[in-house]
Design a binder for this molecule. Structure first.
Ligand code: 9YT
Length: 127
C-alpha cells in the first residue's frame, strides 16, 4: 500500500513548476499503478495549449474557475469545482484559468514525474 501527503512531494523533482502551471506528481510510473496521479494548479490568468497525443488524461476540478476550449471543434466548457473532463480522443485543447485552478489529473500511461510539455504540448512515450 502507498500513502503519501502532498507535502511529501512539494520541493522534490516531482514538483514541476512552469510559467502557466505547477504539478505535484503524487503517483508516478515507478509506483506501478498503471497510471499517474497529479495535483496540478493552473495559474490564474494563464492559457496553456496542450495536446497529449501519447496519453489519455482525466481531470477533476476541486477548486477555482476556468475553461477548456477544444481546438478542432471550438467547443468551450467551463471548469469549476466538481467538473470532470476526460481527454479520451487525444484532443488538442486550450486551458484557461480565471483563478488558480486546482485539478486532480490522472494519466495513462503513467508519466515518470519530471515531464514538462514539449513544443507540441505533449509528453513523450516512455516505452
Ligand atoms: C490539466 C493539465 O493537463 N495540466 C497540465 C499539467 C498536467 N496535468 C500535469 O502534468 O500534471
Amino acid at each position: 500500500m502507498i500513502v503519501k501527503q502532498l507535502e511529501d512531494i512539494v520541493g522534490t523533482e516531482h514538483d514541476v513548476d512552469t510559467a502557466t502551471w505547477r504539478s505535484c506528481r503524487l503517483l508516478v510510473k515507478k509506483d506501478g499503478m498503471g497510471f499517474s496521479m497529479h495535483h496540478t494548479v493552473i495559474k490564474a490568468g494563464t492559457e496553456t495549449y496542450i495536446w497529449y497525443k501519447n496519453h489519455v488524461e482525466a481531470v477533476y476540478c476541486v477548486q477555482g474557475e476556468g475553461e477548456i476550449e477544444v481546438v478542432e471543434s471550438g467547443d468551450l466548457y467551463s471548469i469549476q469545482p466538481g467538473t470532470l473532463y476526460a481527454l479520451n480522443g487525444h484532443e488538442k485543447h486550450r486551458l484557461r484559468a480565471a483563478s488558480d485552478l486546482h485539478l486532480v489529473c490522472v494519466f495513462n500511461p503513467p508519466i515518470t514525474g519530471r515531464e514538462v510539455h514539449d513544443e507540441e504540448g505533449s509528453y513523450p512515450v516512455l516505452d
